[in-house]
Design a protein. Structure first.
Lengths: 547, 245
């Protein structure tokens, strides 16, 4: 038991150091060390921390036997390229930890800078505009110089240019004689809808509008839905990526960027400067292996060919001879049965929920017992807990990344904060509404404060406390699906991936077990209530306050 | 009257206020081993006076002496366990069975199981409860049974004193007469100093030896029941006595 506590302490300390060192290079070594300690359960005692720091900081060689964390952004192309890099590294004998579909630009880049991720594929235009704000033509040299302070290195690009494009159905283009973006001001009646990100980014609609003198402002639309909207004729134009598989599938025409507005978006692996040198050289092999059309085909295969991104990535590596001499050998695809995935995701999900709800129960009930006799504190605590509830979960997760990185820890912290309110409010309400006569009798008969809690207050509040924990657990089972956005895994994983790939089967693979889990939770809590509360006091028989 | 040696509770110049004074200048000595009744109209401070005895409330002026000493500042729980307490509506804990309610304090005092059981049996017999009710929850008992249980709980630890705050007022009249009889049996058996707060003068005359009439922000008259009945100190006392005639 001491070993576990020791390890937890060590991780906590190391985390603190990391935060205080910020983006200093040493933070990297710390993070690595912290993860190792957490994974292995080894327990450097706090007294030897200074020594460990010295050793770790002095020798980055220790990092070599760490798994390489390969992440990707969360859309089809990113899944394929990220998976390809992961398989390429595995083929060379590296141990890989996948965080495919980790999140958007900010989440992925911050995780890379913090050292939670070792490599992911980014786009040069995104680096120049969204990450680093580079003035003028974003040359390789300028980008490399901008990334250097973050200890991030850009490797050679894949070869294609996945820039923004404006797409219209070929039929519409032919009817109106639309071919170039500069034709748009002449067609103010076009029904335009573009993705929310495109609508906001300076290298998206605002800049485009200025350069081409377009007056109309498009509606915002979820990118995955835009193609369906084009196909059924409810909109005429949307933004697309020039390598989207949908361009072929829906027979769309890309308008020429005749004034050269869109920056170049070359796909490049971004790696940590201190990544193992041999791993870097392996990753450099992908440079120049794909042109626009080939990438578009790979994307189409994922979206319409019904193939998994893993098998598409494997065929790409084999076709391009990137797997070395025995290229015709079967690629060791991660063989992952549905049952295996389900049980892994469900287990992970349960872990996230339990790791949040159990401490939240202890904290909230303890707090309620400590303050329920003080009306001001009780009300204040419930308000503050309510405030937590109003922070959108995605925002809360994003806020936690700079503090604790990505993975299960920020997810558990967020779920913990969400679980507090229903438990705390139910407990405080139940405790403060105990009949005054009973409270007076408890005092007058000479119960000590601890006996009062143990034999009177807690049992009387128990039905509401159980109901609060039950509500909190069900809320957390739902909210935990969002944790997949920050690489925490769980049943949100297939949902996030399914959303990105527009794959209903994958979405259901996460959603159905999550719903079943909620039902099972209800049944389990009915049993728990049966153990803890005498029949006539159970919430099923009385109107219990729920969150 | 003086706070003589055989008094169990002595008030000396006691005043208590919440926003306004409830009463001031109360001098009173309640006899040991006997039953005193505090009567008066509602709002005259009967219950407040009672709660000064087991230190649920503290006086704002004057002093209260209980069981031959001042009210302690520390160890209040041990002090209160020497004083049984029963309240209107019985105040049984709804999550505990009848026997759990009655034996709670004895179990907390770590009495042997056999001793607890014997004491419960003794009390039940005195108040006319049967052991087949042991495992019923309060809501499964009649009002009369609940009040008998409340008395048993108050007497479980063989206290030196018993405080009763309108314990019989919520019971139907027929059951009440039964309980009066059982209470008298109890009193004969346990010989414990009892302070009874009631608004019912008939109840006071039936059960008490000593009568305290409150009103007008203090004690109007206090004395042996016969003494008060034969020579009421004021018209108010007279009216009160007649209301129960």
């Amino acid at each position: 038991m001491n070993r576990v506590v020791g390890a937890t302490l060590a991780v906590a300390r190391l985390r603190q150091c990391k935060v205080s060192f910020g983006r200093h290079e040493n933070a990297r070594a710390f993070s690595k060390r912290a993860r190792r300690a957490r994974r292995d359960g080894t327990s450097p005692s706090p007294t030897t921390l200074a020594l460990i720091w010295a050793v770790v900081a002095a020798s980055s060689a220790i990092a070599a036997d760490e798994p390489i964390v390969v992440a990707s952004k969360n859309f089809t192309e990113a899944y394929i390229l990220g998976e390809a890099l992961a398989q390429l590294l595995e083929n060379e004998g590296f141990e890989v930890d996948r965080k495919i579909g980790l999140g958007g630009t900010k989440i992925c880049y911050d995780a890379l800078v913090e050292g939670d991720v070792d490599v992911y594929v980014e786009y040069t235009g995104t680096i120049a505009e969204a990450i680093k704000d580079i003035d003028g033509e974003p040359t390789r040299e300028k980008i490399a110089a901008a990334l250097a302070p973050d200890s991030v290195e850009m490797l050679g690009d894949f070869g294609f240019n996945n820039t923004y494009a404006l797409a219209v159905p070929r039929q519409v283009a032919d009817e109106r004689g639309l071919a170039r973006i500069s034709d748009l001001p002449d067609h103010p009646d076009l029904r335009m809808a573009v993705s929310h990100e495109f609508l906001e980014r300076p290298d998206g609609w605002p800049g485009l509008q200025r350069l081409y003198g377009i007056e109309e402002v498009p509606a915002g639309i979820e990118h995955a839905l835009a193609y369906e909207a084009l196909a059924d004729g409810s909109i005429d134009l949307t933004d697309a990526y020039s390598t989207d598989g949908e361009l072929k599938r829906y027979d769309l025409e890309v308008l020429a960027d005749d004034r050269g507005f869109f920056p170049v978006y070359l796909a490049v692996p971004l790696v940590r400067v201190d990544l193992d040198a041999r791993a870097k050289s392996v990753l450099r092999r992908v440079a120049g292996t794909l042109d626009d059309a080939e990438m578009s085909d790979l994307n189409a295969a994922a979206v319409f060919g019904g193939r998994s991104t893993e098998s598409i990535a494997a065929s790409y590596l084999v076709d391009k001879g990137l797997l070395g001499t025995d290229a015709d050998a079967d690629v060791a695809l991660p063989q992952d049965s549905l049952v295996g995935r389900l049980s892994r995701n469900t287990g992970r999900h349960l872990f996230l929920v339990a790791a949040a709800v159990l401490p939240a129960t202890l904290v909230a009930v303890g707090l309620a017992l400590a303050i329920f006799k003080l009306p001001w504190f009780s009300r204040g605590a419930v308000y503050i807990a309510g405030l937590m509830q109003t922070i959108p979960s995605i925002a809360l997760l994003a806020l936690l990344i700079p503090l604790v990185g990505i993975g299960w820890l920020p997810a558990v912290i967020a779920l913990f904060l969400y679980a507090l309110l229903p438990i705390l409010r139910n407990a405080v309400t139940a405790l403060t509404s105990i009949e005054p006569t009973l409270r007076r009798v408890a005092v007058a008969m000479g119960l000590k404060p601890a006996e009062e809690l143990r034999h009177v207050f807690v049992p009387l509040a128990m039905p509401s406390i159980v109901a609060g924990v039950r509500t909190a657990t069900v809320i957390c089972i739902g909210t935990a699906t969002l944790a997949a956005f920050i690489g925490a895994g769980g049943l949100g994983d297939p949902i996030v991936k399914g959303l990105a790939l527009n794959d209903t089967r994958l979405i259901l693979e996460g959603a159905i077990p999550a719903a079943l889990l909620a039902v099972v939770t209800e049944l389990v809590f009915e049993q728990v209530e049966r153990w803890l509360v005498p029949g006539h006091l159970r919430s099923s028989n009385t109107a219990a306050a729920t969150g | 009257m003086s706070a003589s040696g055989d008094s169990a509770v002595a008030f000396r110049g006691v005043g208590k206020r919440f926003d306004d004074w409830v009463f001031r200048g109360v001098d009173l000595a309640l006899p040991a081993k006997r039953t005193s009744a505090i009567v008066g109209e509602s709002g005259c401070g009967k219950t407040t006076l009672l709660q000064l005895v087991n230190a649920v409330l503290r006086p704002d002026e004057g002093s209260v002496e209980v069981l031959g000493g001042g009210v302690p500042d520390a160890g209040l729980e041990a002090f209160r366990r020497r004083i049984g307490y029963a309240v209107q509506g019985a105040g049984l804990f709804p999550h505990l069975t009848l026997v759990e309610n009655v034996s709670l304090l004895a179990r907390l005092e770590r009495w042997e199981v056999d001793v607890v059981n014997a004491r419960v049996g003794e009390l039940f017999q005195l108040v006319g409860l049967t052991r087949d009710l042991d495992d019923r929850y309060p809501h499964e008992l009649s009002g009369g049974q609940q009040h008998r249980a409340g008395l048993c709980r108050a007497l479980m630890l063989k206290p030196d004193m018993l405080l009763l705050d309108e314990p019989f007022s919520a019971i139907d009249p027929i059951t009440r007469v039964d309980i009066y009889g059982e209470f008298e049996t109890l009193q004969g058996h346990e010989r414990v100093t009892t302070v009874l707060v009631t608004h019912d003068i008939r109840e006071a005359r039936r059960l008490a030896d000593y009568l305290v009439v409150m009103g007008g922000g203090g004690v109007v008259q206090a004395g042996e029941v016969d003494e008060v009945v034969s020579s009421p100190a004021s018209d108010q006392v007279k009216r009160l006595l007649e209301s129960g005639a």
